[in-house]
Design a binder for this molecule. Structure first.
Ligand code: SF4
Ligand code: SF4
Length: 379
């Protein structure tokens, strides 16, 4: 569990805006200051995608990074918009557009974005894995991989098939999700180790949840003589195969705090691990539905509502109501039945290991996510 080379990555997904209602209005002055500070600290990894800020993330990096720094002094990871692919020709079309938006002639890392149960079959159908393998052979991408958003079972299937061509997997990994049955961070990470694949961490502070803790938990970090950000980032950077921990750069203050951690990065100890396990357990006790995410109820549900996923979103949102969590619910209901589709048949009640009144709690989920308009610029 030692990692000597873990660095902080500059996540260009939640950049500061001049108009909060328009994700393309990136605040150039603030981002310029942040890029300069980040580079000056000796870091060099920028993470963007075709989708971030509706394309403006790539173009702002062209203007403020690519045009102002020597190409060999920084690395750029970019991501194919998998959900927009409709034919094999689209692979080339999007890559050409992304190279142009960034103003570069190669990517240091190129990932197939948002691989999950829905988009994996699509990427296979339009031969995106074979396409990125060719990109690497031609030098258009120095490393290739996927950003992954599903359970370990699917990741294993993918690594069995493509593990020999993939260099990198980008994973959601933090101490709250480490043992989660929804995210399965630990299992996913261990699979990457097994296949000797480099891991880039996303969501190390879980969209801000792990740095904006309830007061009683915050107090425990003060007593432990550390900060929530430091511990969360140290946790995310510790496992051996992790090379980069991304942080969504929203302000120069966050960047300074995060870079401080990685300037003097120290892997967590077993004592720290126990401390964080305890925090995670207590955090879970503060949540709205005592679901253990076992998934048994799904097997009984005639509507196939992904109940445990929705309870996890609801719990996370109850503790910390940020739009990125609401966006996860909205994204999932685009491809799966929503909580409001519950017909109150009660078939799930007897199987629930936690004796939860599932239909009643699903009504709370509906109230939380469906009966209010939640704005999100995340894709
Ligand atoms: S009560 Fe609702 S959630 Fe439970 S099995 Fe019936 S439809 Fe599914
Ligand atoms: S059966 Fe109960 S504890 Fe298990 S996932 Fe469903 S609601 Fe959660």
């Amino acid at each position: 569990m030692m990692s000597k080379d873990t660095i902080l990555g500059f996540g260009a997904m939640r950049l500061p805006l001049t108009d909060e209602d328009d994700p393309t209005t990136i605040d150039e002055n603030k981002v310029k200051e942040m890029i300069d500070y980040y580079m000056d600290k000796g870091f060099n990894y920028f993470d963007t995608s075709y989708a971030y800020h509706n394309g403006a993330s790539e173009t702002i990096l062209r203007e403020l990074l690519v045009k102002r720094y020597p190409r060999e002094s920084f690395k750029i990871a970019d991501k194919m918009p998998t959900w927009l692919l409709s034919s094999a020709d689209d692979n080339q079309k999007f890559v050409d557009e992304m190279l142009e938006r960034l103003g570069v002639d190669y990517f240091d890392v190129f990932l197939i974005h948002n691989i999950n149960q829905t988009f994996y079959p699509l990427a296979k159908k339009v031969k995106t894995f074979q396409y990125i393998e060719e990109m690497k052979k031609e030098g258009i991408a120095h490393k290739i991989g996927i950003s992954f958003h599903d359970r370990a079972e699917l990741l294993e299937e993918i690594l069995e098939k493509y593990g020999d061509i993939l260099d990198v997997v980008q994973l959601q990994l933090n101490y709250l999700d480490w043992n989660s049955t929804l995210t399965e961070s630990r299992k996913c990470y261990e699979l990457c180790e097994k296949y000797d694949i480099e891991v880039v961490v996303m969501e190390p502070i879980k969209g801000g949840i792990l740095v904006n803790l309830p007061e009683q938990l915050n107090e425990k970090f003060i007593q432990y003589n550390t900060t929530p950000a430091q511990m969360a980032l140290n946790f995310a950077g510790t496992p051996q195969n992790i090379s980069v921990v991304l942080s969504g750069m929203n302000s120069i203050e966050d960047l300074k705090e995060n870079s401080e951690v990685f300037t003097q990065f120290s892997p967590i100890s077993s004592e720290d691990e126990k401390f964080l396990e305890d925090i995670a357990r207590k955090y879970q006790q503060l949540i709205a539905v005592p679901c253990s995410y076992c998934g048994y109820c799904l097997k009984e549900c005639p509507k196939q509502i992904p109940i445990s996923d929705y309870f996890e979103y609801y719990n996370n949102y109850s503790i910390h109501p940020v739009s990125s969590i609401a966006a996860l619910y909205i994204q999932e209901t685009a491809v799966k039945p929503a909580a409001s589709e519950c017909i109150e048949c009660g078939k799930c009640l007897s199987i629930c290991t936690q004796k939860i009144n599932i239909p009643e709690k699903l009504k709370e989920v509906v109230d939380c996510f469906e009966k209010q308009k939640i704005k999100s610029n995340l894709k």
